[in-house]
Design a protein around this ligand. Structure first.
Ligand code: PLP
Length: 316
């Protein structure tokens, strides 16, 4: 079976950890991410979801009471915003997928993209840029999230929130609690894997970029994501079992959240009318095909040929 994503496996010996949860590697990894994206400060979390939650709850970061997010998004995003007490609205942006989008003024959700110098090239000094280390994401680990910024005050507050409200001190017995926070820090294990994967990220990107160019040429597309490669099919629900029968795992990114019974109340009837044409109908035609560094040339050719055959048969 050709998988949609691939994870680089690691053998980890926990007896080498200097601390089971808060080892030196956690801050080393934060420093490595800063260097990679060109930012001054970083704070790591158990997941990007927790990072977004802490941003919404921080008393030093200004966020509005209502935030608009694309409807085609993983449900974890509306989930975390609503959980943090934020009202949400959906937008009809269906193009951000596989990249980043502005969550709110000064906060960019880049869970699906992590590029060299991204902060330096694209952000203002007070901006917060949020990355995810979910296993399928470009820089993967066993979950994880990082927020970078050049604003130390914001990062320090997020550090405190990630560490159940404690003020940071080198000596853990000297830490004092200054606010209510969350047990949401990135662990030694997560940082070890993320740090190892960061070392090979550029090499992985070289191969992904190569595959994406071949796909773009063969499918006449101009896709730019290093996370997802979406093609158009007649009906993605029918396509998934077809490709599975051919030994190719495909996916849907994403089912619109205004159709999710939990979040449908955030779209009124007037909005529903336009979203049907702008989001619901197009969403049925997007299919993600495998895009990862472990694909062989034979597999790439097989995927391309299978997609072309499918679309010829099904009259895309
Ligand atoms: C755009 C976006 N934001 C946030 C998240 C949450 O990331 P995590 O899985 O690390 O909590 C995801 C995860 O899929 C995502 O795609």
């Amino acid at each position: 079976m050709i998988n949609l994503f691939e994870f680089d496996n690691h053998v980890i010996d926990t007896s080498t950890f200097d601390h089971l949860l808060h080892g030196q590697i956690v801050s080393d990894f934060e420093q490595q991410i800063c260097e990679y994206v060109g930012a001054k400060y970083a704070v790591s979390f158990f997941s990007a979801s927790y990072a977004l939650y802490a941003i919404m709850k921080s008393s030093v970061i200004q966020t509005p009471n209502c935030i608009s997010i694309p409807s085609m998004i993983p449900p974890v995003v509306p989930n975390v915003l609503v959980d943090a007490g934020c009202d949400i609205r959906f937008t009809n942006d269906i193009d951000w997928i596989g990249g980043s989008y502005v969550l709110t003024d000064g906060v960019v959700d880049s869970a699906q993209r992590l590029d060299r110098n991204q902060y330096k090239d694209e952000c203002d000094p007070d901006d917060l840029l949020v990355f995810s280390m979910y296993p399928t994401k470009p820089l993967s680990s066993l979950d994880g999230g990082v927020v970078v910024s050049n604003n130390k005050e914001k990062i320090d507050d997020l550090k405190s929130l990630s560490f159940y409200g404690m003020e940071y001190s080198e000596n853990s017995w000297n830490r004092i609690q200054k606010q209510v926070g969350y047990k949401a820090y990135m662990s030694t294990l997560q940082s070890t894997i993320a740090s190892r994967n960061l070392k090979t990220l550029d090499q992985k990107y070289d191969r992904i970029d190569e595959i994406r160019s071949v796909y773009n040429r063969e499918f006449g597309l101009d896709n730019t994501s290093r996370h997802l490669y979406r093609i158009l099919v007649n009906n993605n629900q029918d396509a998934i079992p077809y490709f599975k029968d051919k030994g190719i795992v495909t996916g849907i990114h994403y089912t619109p959240q205004h159709l999710n019974p939990v979040f449908e109340k955030y779209l009124d009837e007037y909005g529903e009318h336009f979203f049907h044409m702008d989001v619901t109908i197009p969403s049925r035609k997007f299919l993600s095909i495998p895009l990862h560094h472990k694909l062989s040339n034979e597999e790439i050719n097989y995927i391309i040929q299978t997609v072309k055959e499918y679309n010829e048969k099904n009259n895309k």
